[in-house]
Design a protein around this ligand. Structure first.
Ligand code: NAP
Length: 331
């Protein structure tokens, strides 16, 4: 793939997160440009495109995938559409950064990975947190041994969402539920730090529309560590992450998935607070990782490999099975 400078991004779906991503791309990624945008409605794409000086605006996602000048497409549709949208873009030879949750189930993720390999085209799940300086700092502290062996990780993510069974958050057809929308972050950080659990136990309370409102997860690892994770749409929670070791603990401040700081407490010493950079909304770091990979000719990121995304989806699916959450696309 011939990589121009600046790299020309396409934005697929002009919703809330697409806007934040585009804000950061324009403000904080110097060698990037929003070249084209696509919405199911042309006028929406035109309005969105004007805001970012996009050269082209399309009234269908297919036109964006087929646009010869676009190098990479950011997919910002609801989870239920990720599989179809990703396959379409990869088939057109476009590199893809696709929002989380990567798809509905492991079969779909396997198909997306297989397509990326078949076409030899870059693919990555947009777990932006992975690329934040706060995460690099957390990993550095853990690797230094300062907190000793990890005993337990506790993480939560909750906000109060007004119940609307037609909304993306509560509609099963749009893969609603707190687990896929925000529970994925506690699950992500526990997997990043502790690996794959040997055992998971999950319970949930469901909404009238049949998706999870609250999901509580207990995980157990070969190392002897455990984790307790929680997500909810019913109330605002601390949305922090604490990693307890034998010698100390790391506390990622609210909201941990986009935090600007963390506290290291080595037991018996004064806690140390570290401020970590987060430019803009925090989406430029994942975009820069995509661009770094494209320039190196890589088809996946070694910081967030496709195998990681597949295993994360396996965990989501195991939890779904335990809480009895079935999406209509799978029935
Ligand atoms: N990384 C993060 O921090 C973060 C934060 C929030 C959300 N997300 C993820 O980003 C994705 C989109 O979330 P969002 O909050 O931006 O949602 P949103 O505001 O509802 O936007 C989603 C967009 O998807 C398009 N779409 C395609 N098919 C649709 C359908 N059947 N129903 C509704 N919309 C459809 C629409 O764009 P058009 O009308 O333009 O086609 C819509 O505006 C989700 O997968 C979510 O998990 C990530």
């Amino acid at each position: 793939m011939n990589i121009p400078n600046p790299i020309r991004w396409g934005i697929l779906a002009c919703g809330k997160i697409a806007e934040k991503f585009a804000d950061d791309l324009v403000a904080h990624v110097p060698d990037a440009v929003v070249y084209a945008v696509a919405s199911r409605e042309l006028s929406k794409a035109q309005t969105f495109g004007q805001k970012y000086n996009a050269t082209k605006a399309f009234g269908s996602y297919q036109e964006l995938a087929d646009c010869a000048e676009v190098d990479v497409i950011y997919i910002a549709s609801p989870h239920a559409q990720h599989h179809e949208n990703t396959l379409m873009c990869l088939n057109a030879g476009k590199a893809v950064l696709c929002e989380k949750a990567f798809a509905i189930n492991t079969t779909m993720v396997q198909e997306m990975i297989a397509k990326s390999k078949e076409k030899n085209v870059f693919l990555m799940e947009a777990i932006w947190t992975r690329f934040h300086p706060s995460i690099a700092k957390t990993l550095e502290i853990i690797q230094s041994g300062d907190i000793g062996h990890i005993i337990h990780l506790a993480a939560d993510f909750g906000f109060k969402a007004d119940y609307d069974e037609n909304s993306r958050l509560f509609n099963p057809a749009l893969t609603g539920g707190s687990l896929y929308d925000i529970g994925i972050y506690p699950l992500f950080i526990s997997k990043l730090i502790l690996g794959n659990p040997k055992e998971i136990k999950a319970v949930a309370s469901m909404t009238p529309s049949g998706v999870d409102m609250n999901t509580s997860m207990a995980l157990n690892y070969e190392s002897g560590a455990t984790a307790s994770l929680f997500s909810t749409f019913a109330t605002k929670t601390d949305t922090t992450c604490t990693i307890y070791g034998t010698k100390g603990k790391i506390y990622l401040h609210e909201r941990f998935h986009e935090t600007k700081g963390l506290t290291l407490e080595i037991y018996g010493q004064e806690p140390q607070v570290f401020t970590t950079e987060r430019l803009g909304w925090g989406y430029s770091y994942e975009a820069q990782e995509v661009q770094r990979c494209l320039k190196l000719g890589k088809t996946e990121s070694d910081k967030l490999p496709l195998q990681f995304s597949l295993e994360l989806m396996e965990l989501l699916c195991e939890i779904r099975e335990q809480i009895g959450l079935v999406y209509p696309q799978e029935v």
